[in-house]
Every structure is written in C-alpha cells, then in structure tokens.
Design a protein. Structure first.
Length: 80
C-alpha cells in the first residue's frame, strides 16, 4: 500500500520487511532512514552511501515519524 500525500513515498506491504513502513517500495524502512540521518554528518556522504535515497525520501521519513509519534497517523495494519 502506498500512502497518500503528504506520505506518498511511504509504502507498507505486509510481506516486505515485516510490514514496516518503507521508502518507495524499497527494502529501506522509515526507521532505517532515521538511523541513517542520525549517523551521517553530511547529506553528501549519506547520498554517496545510499544513492537510491532522495532528499524528499528523507523529508517524508522525518514527517512520517513525527506524525506516528504524535498519533496523527495510525501505522498499524492487520497482519491477517
């Protein structure tokens, strides 16, 4: 499932990555993007090591995490 704007780059597929929210159907979870952002000191280094990621992916991952934390988006899907 691809979410609608403002999270149209976030996908959730029950059979992929345990149903965790991912970036554009890739096997890069929103959580991993947050870890990556916390690790790299520059965007240039980040994009060198993760060339498939784009600036908008990072922005949406941050916004998605914030929305999940404040309860404005429900990310729980029925596993069945």
């Amino acid at each position: 499932m691809t979410l609608r704007a403002p999270f149209d780059r976030i996908t959730i597929e029950p059979g992929k990555m345990g149903g965790q929210p991912c970036i554009r159907g890739m096997r890069i979870t929103v959580r991993r993007v947050l870890d990556i952002l916390a690790t790299y000191t520059t965007r240039a280094e980040l994009f060198e090591d993760f060339p498939d990621l784009q600036e908008e992916d990072l922005r949406q991952a941050l916004a998605f995490a914030a929305a999940a934390l404040d309860g404005t988006i429900d990310v729980h899907l029925d596993a069945a």
